[in-house]
Design a protein around this ligand. Structure first.
Ligand code: 13P
Length: 347
């Protein structure tokens, strides 16, 4: 036996396990609930609705959302944060075990955040590769079967730089290969931000460059694409000044993805990125309606577009209404993921 031995989790067994997990995450009519805000972000969101930010309140909020009856009908997986995956439901059941019992796959955010990119003012590189193998192993043993890593790309007059695209794509591919080695399906999230006054064409151009860089790095690192999910931004004009019709957003987004995302990728699950609930659902629905020729299922992995209103209701002690709101949004997005949503259903 080699004296040099890494805890490599049955590489030959996991590739079919990875594909199975990836397929269940994007199974028809279902998407992912992103509840993996870092403690800093979650605390800001709690304070914004008048709730004291502490570990117990973050647990109370998350567990009451996860207890929503029927959530599993349209939610295949939930992305957790490190603090949350270690917490318990009110009856003492560890949160990942509870989700598994409900038929929901637990996932985990494994990046440690977007940090300033040296020498490139206004840009970031997402960190977290150090110790990632060991953390993935621990999360797998706690029940997680998929992971998330979010890279952030900013558009402005002179951005993004080649350095930011290259550093972030390289990190995403390194992350993805470590996750796969450890039996976790990597969600690859290169988010081109909506903030700014750029045009939809600028967003299409930058998203194209970023996706090409990401898949080129994945190829170099030997990432098995059939055991990955892409979590992209929709192709939108900058939120500061511009607007575009839903049809234009859907057509452009679909075209950019068809041209740049390899067909082997198990599925696409969009982030909502600050879009309104209505827009996030309408756009997803239209993307699925206009294009029958996508080689992958196209669904949601929303945070704010599923939870923002539910959080406000929960904060004012309207727990039942908060859960109904989350259930409604997941149903609407479940329908949109098959192109069967209609605006009239929102009433
Ligand atoms: P939003 O849908 O709120 O953009 O969050 C999704 C997510 O997980 C961002 O990393």
């Amino acid at each position: 036996m080699h004296s040099y031995f890494f805890p490599v989790r049955n590489l030959y067994m996991t590739s079919s396990e990875l594909e199975k997990t990836a397929k269940s995450l994007v199974q028809r009519g279902k998407g992912i609930l992103a509840a993996d805000e870092s403690n800093g972000t979650m605390s800001r969101r709690l304070e914004a609705v008048g709730v004291k930010a502490n570990e117990e309140n973050r647990r109370l909020y998350r567990t009451s959302m996860f207890s929503t009856l029927g959530l599993e009908e349209n939610v295949s997986g939930v992305i957790l944060f490190d603090e949350t995956i270690r917490q318990r439901m009110d009856d003492g059941t560890p949160i990942p075990n509870y989700l598994i019992e409900r038929g929901i796959i637990p996932g985990i955010k494994v990046d440690t955040g977007a940090k300033p990119l040296a020498g490139h003012s206004g840009e970031t590189v997402t960190e977290g590769l150090d110790g990632l193998r060991e953390r993935c192993e621990e999360y797998y043993n706690m029940g997680a079967r998929f992971a998330k890593w979010r890279a952030v790309i900013t558009i402005s007059k002179n951005l993004p730089s080649e350095a930011s695209i290259s550093a972030n794509s390289h990190a995403l591919a390194r992350y993805a290969s470590i996750c796969q080695e450890q039996g976790l399906v990597p969600i690859i999230e290169p988010e081109v931000l909506m903030a700014g006054n750029h045009s939809i064409d600028d967003c299409a151009r930058v998203t194209t460059t970023v996706l090409r860089a990401v898949y080129s790095e994945c190829k170099t690192q030997g990432v098995k694409l059939s055991g990955t999910i892409l979590k992209p931004n929709m192709v939108l004009p900058g939120s500061a000044t511009q607007s575009a019709s839903a049809k234009e957003v859907a057509n452009t987004t679909s075209q950019v993805l068809i041209e740049n995302v390899p067909g082997e990728v198990a599925g696409i699950a969009f982030l909502s990125g600050g879009q309104s609930d209505f827009d996030a659902t309408n756009h997803l629905n239209m993307i699925n309606q206009i294009s029958n020729n996508h080689p992958w299922p196209v669904t949601f992995s929303y945070g704010r577009a599923l939870l923002a209103d539910a959080l406000s209701l929960w904060a004012s002690s309207q727990i039942d209404s908060a859960q109904s709101k989350l259930l409604h949004r997941s149903k609407m997005n479940g329908l949109a993921s098959t192109g069967n949503w209609e605006a009239g259903l929102e009433e």
